[in-house]
Ligand binder design. Structure first.
Ligand SMILES: C[S@@+](CC[C@H](N)C(=O)[O-])C[C@H]1O[C@@H](n2cnc3c(N)ncnc32)[C@H](O)[C@@H]1O
Length: 311
């Protein structure tokens, strides 16, 4: 499933994970295909829950998940209001809260993993709307000592595409700052206003995690062409917009629409290795750069959500 480094070491020592399931940062996310197929994460997670009181590192990780889950629930429950500027044809931008609550927990957990394995770099969020995911992630950044960069036009979507129109999902910079100030950790956020084709051109920071929630194929292409090269070795991408049975072709991405189509085009045109798996909550995908043919992603989103719901 991918565990924090010290938890991983305990699991190997206790015979719950095969030894080759890694103690090097290079193997935080991936296994050789043969190893991945012999681990039943439901059994490993049961052991984790039953033995938490005997191992402080296990307990520390589970405590982080419980605490963060409660904080994300507060954002989900208390940041909600009707959006007077709603314009999306299907009403998807009527409510101010997008990503918050349990659905965002796979990202919080992965931030803990990245920190534990010593992956360098900070976080870049592309796509803020009214700032619900920004507020949640800023809290985790503060906890784990990451800096959060939040890039958005703060004028909504740039153009028409599929069922989206220019200006959908508008949230002004003042509105986002207000919400993050009230529900998040505002000191740890730097805002990057503007269209990604310009605003991210000179983005100088290395990234442990890139969070993409921009709806459009064109926007996904724009941001990837500017910041993909800034992702650190062992850094990861999470993206919104992926449906199981639709946007995945095994561990590759199908050329459908929205973000998946942007990733598909970017990876194909730049001829880069990658693999992807469902992130564990609806619409969420985990994408691992540099993942090769004989490797498979170790993270199991379903097993993580099962663990979360048993805490
Ligand atoms: C679906 S909303 C993000 C939702 C948000 N993550 C949440 O949890 O509520 C998409 C956001 O992407 C931004 N966006 C899309 N394409 C963009 C582009 N090319 N440049 C700048 N911002 C863009 C829009 O302004 C909008 O705020």
């Amino acid at each position: 499933m991918a565990y924090p480094k010290k938890v991983c070491e305990i699991l190997i020592r206790e015979g719950m994970l095969p030894a080759m399931a890694a103690c090097e940062a290079s193997s935080i996310h991936v296994d050789s295909t043969s190893i991945a197929s012999c681990v039943d994460y439901t059994i490993v997670n049961k052991w984790v829950l039953e033995n938490r009181s005997s191992y402080s590192e296990v307990n520390k990780w589970l405590h982080f998940l419980t605490k963060t889950r409660k904080r994300f629930a507060v954002v989900q429950e208390q940041m909600g209001y009707w959006n007077n500027d709603s314009s999306h044809s299907l009403g998807h931008d009527k409510w101010s809260v997008g990503w918050a609550g349990d659905v965002l927990m796979p990202i919080a957990n992965y931030m803990y993993l990245l920190r534990s394995w010593g992956v360098e770099g900070d976080l870049l969020e592309c796509g803020a709307f009214k700032g619900s995911s920004t507020a949640c992630l800023s809290l985790v950044c503060k906890d784990l000592d990451f800096h959060l960069f939040c890039a958005d036009s703060f004028e909504g979507l740039p153009s028409e595409e599929g069922h989206y129109d220019k200006g959908d999902f508008i949230g002004s910079l003042d509105e986002v700052k207000h919400n993050v100030g009230k529900f998040g950790a505002s000191d740890d956020v730097t805002y990057i206003p503007g269209w990604y084709s310009d605003s991210l051109k000179e983005f100088p920071h290395s990234l442990a995690l890139l969070w993409v929630d921009v709806d459009l194929q064109a926007s996904t292409m724009d941001l990837l062409s500017n910041v993909y090269g800034k992702i650190s070795p062992n850094g990861v991408i999470f993206s919104d917009g992926f449906s199981e049975g639709v946007d995945y072709d095994g561990e590759k991405i199908r050329k459908t629409g929205g973000e998946p189509a942007g990733f598909y085009r970017f990876f194909n045109e730049s001829k880069l290795d990658y693999k992807t798996v469902p992130g564990g909550s609806k619409g969420l995908a985990l994408i691992i750069p540099e993942c090769r043919e004989n490797e498979t992603i170790r993270y199991d989103g379903r097993a993580f959500m099962e663990l979360l719901h048993q805490l």
